[in-house]
Design a protein around this ligand. Sequence first.
Ligand SMILES: *Cc1c(COP(=O)(O)O)cnc(C)c1O
Length: 348
Amino acid sequence: MKITKTSKSRINEVDFSNLVFGTQFSDHMLVAEYSEGKWSEPEIKPFGPMSFTPAMHTLHYGQAIFEGQKAYYMEDGSIGIFRPDANAKRLNHSARRMFMPELPEDLFMEGIKALVDIDREWVPKEKDHSLYLRPFMFGSSEFVAARPSEKYIFCILTSPVGPYYAGNVKVKVEETYTRSATGGVGSTKCAGNYGGAFYATHQAKEEGYMQVIWTDHKNHELIEESGTMNVAFIINDTFITPPLSDRILGGITRDSILTLLRDRNIVKVEERPIKVEELVAAAEAGTLQEAFGMGTAAVISQISTIGFRGTDFEVGTPTDGYAMKIKKELTDLRSGKTEDTYNWMVKF
Ligand SMILES: *Cc1c(COP(=O)(O)O)cnc(C)c1O
């Protein structure tokens, strides 16, 4: 791997006690290029601009995918990346569906470790802080014709982030707009899925909500996800989450939580379709104990209000309930406080 170090670190310009998510970037980035059927050797170089002409393929046709994951400062002083192999696999899942070249998993793994290692001073030591890692790939040919790009760039950026305080999350059950459809690209982290969601989220904000709960594209009957997080509910002391499909993104947080819940017998688990009707009935009957989103950024984000056709249902957000217990299990494993029996942390 070619490494060109920055001549002047920017780390002293960063106020680590006031980090705004995704706005500060570490000194280095990793770049690999694909052309004529193969990937170049990756290069680590100073973070900075890339140059393209306005004909750059991605700007027109959107072959662009990304990942999101974190590196943590651990109790024993080492740095650990959480399940990077799962992100490498998911990037390739997205790549196949978007007709982009797959990236060799060892290139991803070696690249991400080398990049975090070179900027290890950027991994915040404060509690609940982490280094957010953003691997992404995009078509970089320069032609304006609706056919697949011939060249691609794989890049990793890293960004120190602080704790995530969402406050009381009010969500609205979305029955007009759709995030994804059967046969579509909803199970991939392709850029357009997010661009396509901003309008619906903005409409919900105008109505006083923070996010939408996406429902299925056909009849808007089934609960799918909450914003850009997988969603789960506690009803009658049972953890219920929708099963994966090609409309739902397979979250690594979701998968980790399901694994912990099943192995440790924390709560009864049901991975099955859940109808809006059932959720509303549970809210009305008082059996809906908790509702939350699951994803890398917040780990768990408790939902305090669910709006449905103009009625707001309040949901408990206990500090000693299932959501917070699950969050603690996962954060303790990630910080090294409890044993990592799954070898989820890649430490160095
Ligand atoms: C990234 C993402 C998630 C969560 O995935 P994690 O791997 O847990 O961060 C869930 N839903 C959508 C739509 C996403 O983009």
